[in-house]
Design a protein. Structure first.
Length: 135
C-alpha cells in the first residue's frame, strides 16, 4: 500500500485536499488498499478517512482524479468525498485570522466529517453519527 496509516482520530489537512469516506470506497470499489494500489495514490488514512493533498489551488489533479479517472465508480461529492483547502492559521503582524477555533467552512454541512481550525493547523475527523464533536 502506497499510503501512510495513522492511528490518530484527528488528521491534519494541508494545501488543497480531497477527503474520501473510506466506507464509501469499500462499498463502491473494494478495499482501501486495492483502491490505493490500483490508482497509484499516495495519501494518508486512519481507516475511516483517506486524504490526498496537492500544493496548488485550485486542485486540478484531484478534480481530474474524481471526474475523469474515477467517474465510473459513481462517487458523489459531499456523500463520498469532499474537496477543501487549508485555511491560514497565522495572521499578519501577529493578528489571528478570524477563522481560528471554528469549523472549516466548506466542510460544515458534511454529516460524516467533523473539522476545526486551530493555531496549529486544520484538522478533520470521521463522524459516525449526526452529532459533530469539537476538536
Amino acid at each position: 500500500m502506497n499510503g501512510i496509516y495513522t492511528d490518530k482520530e484527528n488528521l491534519k489537512v494541508v494545501f488543497s485536499y480531497l477527503i474520501f469516506n473510506v466506507a464509501s470506497i469499500n462499498k463502491k470499489y473494494g478495499s482501501l488498499s486495492k483502491f490505493i494500489n490500483d490508482f497509484e495514490l499516495r495519501g494518508e488514512t486512519n481507516g475511516k478517512l483517506y486524504i490526498l493533498a496537492e500544493m496548488v489551488e485550485p486542485h486540478h489533479h484531484l478534480h481530474d482524479l474524481i471526474y475523469e479517472n474515477l467517474k465510473w465508480i459513481g462517487f458523489k461529492e459531499k456523500e463520498d468525498f469532499v474537496f477543501g483547502f487549508e485555511h491560514l492559521t497565522k495572521g499578519v503582524n501577529g493578528h489571528s485570522p478570524e477563522n481560528i477555533n471554528r469549523e472549516i467552512p466548506e466542510l460544515k454541512n458534511i454529516n460524516w466529517l467533523g473539522s476545526y481550525i486551530t493555531h496549529n493547523g486544520n484538522y478533520v475527523w470521521y463522524v459516525d453519527d449526526i452529532k459533530k464533536t469539537l476538536f
